[in-house]
Design a protein around this ligand. Structure first.
Ligand code: PAF
Length: 285
């Protein structure tokens, strides 16, 4: 695996793939890799001849009181995992390469970015859309893979790619979970033992609500029960538990179209998010 940190080297490496007629898939990450990221790499390998992984902790998607300075950084271990997984190229731009002096552009996707995490974390999705646009322009992949755990991020990127005719196939990869159901996240390492124990209530409460809604329980009732269960487990604040249209992410109160149950809540100092697909009479993960 080749590791590159400047644009010239990146472009030369991508040009070499293209000269051989090879297809390219991008896995964009902020590092601190875990099995969820490795599932993206595996899915990328299944689709394209060469996998490019980026590691860039993007300051523009962190709010002023968020965890940018303490976000886990483990370059060596990440590189070893990617090499072992068969990633061809690791793109690790420094901040000044991604955002040189004078950088003045923001990519903003309205509508799908507005509610849920967009409301709780103002500016977050502008930061994501801006850096992902840059990564797409830098790598020019055929495919890009994103985890369904960050479901709103996936919806924002799909909208952006469609709106801006980027011509990249966006592939959503199902959430990877620990044995007790907790969605894998680089932020799980912040949890104390006690918080980790309580955290499993998040997937459990969502699963119960999803089953109840599928079985005909009123959406408002199921959401209230899920919020109460999270509060009892110690989540505070609960930013949202909401049933949304799976594409637009507008709140819905029936299952006429594919829907997604979305939640974000804080346990101790750590904000966790999760989501599940909900269908009438059956729940698909
Ligand atoms: O999901 C992430 O790790 C980040 O939001 C992404 C897509 C790499 C953009 O910084």
């Amino acid at each position: 695996m080749q590791t590159v940190r400047d644009l010239e080297q990146l472009r030369a490496a991508i040009a070499a793939f293209r000269a051989e007629g090879l297809s390219v898939a991008l896995v964009a990450t902020m590092g601190a890799l875990h099995a969820g990221h490795m599932a993206l790499v595996e899915a990328a390998k299944a689709r394209a001849d060469r996998v490019v992984t980026s590691i860039f902790v993007n300051p523009r998607q962190f709010g002023p009181n968020e965890d940018l300075s303490r976000y886990p950084r483990r370059e060596r271990a990440d590189a070893d995992m990617l090499e072992a997984a068969g990633c061809a190229l690791l793109w690790m731009p420094p901040v000044e390469v991604m955002y040189p002096a004078g950088f003045a552009t923001t990519v903003s996707v309205t509508g799908v970015s507005d509610g849920l995490d967009g409301a709780s974390r103002p500016g977050h999705f502008d930061g994501v859309a801006t850096v992902v646009s840059k990564l797409f322009n830098q790598v020019r992949p055929d495919f890009a893979l994103f985890g369904e755990k960050d479901y709103q991020q996936l919806a924002v990127i799909r909208r952006m790619v469609a709106d801006l005719d980027m011509g990249i196939e966006i592939v959503g990869v199902p959430t990877q979970r620990d044995e007790d159901g907790l969605a894998l996240s680089s932020r799980n390492i912040y949890l104390t033992e006690q918080e980790r124990e309580a955290a499993r209530m998040l997937p459990r409460a969502l699963g119960e609500a999803a089953r109840a809604i599928s079985g005909g329980t009123a959406v408002a009732t199921a959401l209230e029960r899920a919020e109460a269960a999270l509060a009892r487990a110690g989540f505070d604040p609960i930013d949202y538990v909401a049933l949304c249209d799976a594409e637009t992410l507008q709140p819905v109160d029936d299952l006429e179209r594919p829907a997604r149950l979305m939640a974000a809540a804080r346990i101790g100092g750590t904000r966790l998010i999760d989501n599940l697909a909900v269908e009438a009479e059956s729940v698909a993960q």
